[in-house]
Write a protein that binds this ligand. Structure first.
Ligand code: COA
Ligand code: MG
Length: 293
């Protein structure tokens, strides 16, 4: 299997309070239909998570292809998965890209991979979860409701005798991220029978920040080993785990997510000074904050 350059970027929203000028530059960079979509969020937190995801995608494509930052165009497939629309003049380029964004709580992640069109078609999916449960019901009741989403082997790992409730929750979230990353690579939403896809965890080390990523996790579908798939599991902070699913590709090296700053994500443009962009951003900044993340 070919090895490719992999990008793993993270953004911590708790480290950033957007100013109006920053927001105008961010909003000027995204497409009109995305502005409309973002404005529908009630909370500023969701607005900003999704906005940062769009900027990560733009930076990734622009960095990999040298296409000017403001010219990069995205579209969504029928299930909502974003993809890069290659400009006519770049159609002859030999670059094949795959990327996926995930956001939860204070984190936004992008995992991307870059290869050649001569390679067999490949893809990547990612998911991040906060390791917490405050759903009201007891954890065992919650697990009972989730029974059908995991295989018997997965439940036996989650409920290992050495796992206290906290360890069970962490194991549950690790599986959840792996399934979501897999499903997001396929782009099929929740139409996969999740019980038929079963992950066997990498047990060489506990999943800790220092030991991240763990790369030995394997997948079986209907009992068949999925040898064309590879997985990385990350612990980004003590409370956030993530997974990356690689289909038909392997990263050149396994590495941690790199935390970026807002200034890394934008390229300034005169469009930020347009009155409609300014008015849009002023309106967005009036949205309420969630009480805590
Ligand atoms: N496939 C892959 N990526 C998609 C996508 C799709 N069909 N639709 C959107 N995305 C991308 C977008 O960049 C999106 O960001 P945006 O909302 O700001 O545009 C991002 O992925 C969202 O990912 P994430 O933040 O991880 O959201 P999610 O985990 O709530 O949703 C779905 C993921 C919508 C793609 C899908 O997997 C889903 O419906 N999940 C339902 C949950 C479930 O039952 N999971 C079972 C796991 S055990
Ligand atoms: Mg998710």
């Amino acid at each position: 299997m070919n090895k490719h350059i992999c990008t793993r970027w993270a953004f911590d929203l708790s480290t950033w309070t957007p100013t109006l000028p920053q927001l105008t530059h961010a909003v000027a960079a995204i497409q009109a239909e995305e502005r409309t979509r973002l404005m529908k969020f009630h909370f500023i937190d969701d607005f900003l998570s999704s906005l940062i995801g769009r900027l990560l995608m733009r930076k990734f494509v622009s960095t990999c292809t040298n296409e000017p930052y403001h010219q990069v165009q995205f579209a969504r497939d029928v299930r909502g998965k974003p993809y890069w629309v290659q400009a006519q003049q770049l159609k002859t380029s030999s670059t094949q890209l795959s990327f996926n964004v995930s956001h939860q709580g204070k984190l936004v992640l992008l995992a991307g991979i870059r290869g050649s069109k001569a390679d067999p078609e490949f893809g990547i999916g990612t998911d991040v979860m906060k390791i917490e449960y405050n759903g009201g019901k007891s954890l065992s009741e919650f697990f009972r409701l989730m029974q059908s989403k995991f295989s018997p082997q997965e439940w036996s790992y989650i409920g290992r005798p050495q796992h206290n409730e906290r360890a069970q929750l962490k194991a549950f979230m690790r599986h959840w991220c792996l399934k979501e990353a897999y499903v997001k690579e396929l782009g099929v939403g929740i139409t996969v029978d999740l019980q038929k896809i079963s992950f066997a965890m990498d047990t060489t080390h506990p999943l800790e920040e220092a030991a991240s990523p763990l790369c030995g996790t394997t997948l079986c579908c209907n009992g068949t080993p999925m040898s064309q798939w590879h997985f990385e599991e990350h612990l980004l902070t003590p409370k956030y785990c993530a997974a990356i699913a690689f289909r038909n590709c392997l990263p050149l090296e396994h590495a941690k997510f790199e935390f970026l700053h807002f200034e890394d994500l934008i390229e300034r443009s005169a469009a930020a000074e347009q009155p409609d962009v300014l008015a849009y951003c002023q309106k967005a900044l009036l949205k309420p904050h969630k009480r805590h993340q």
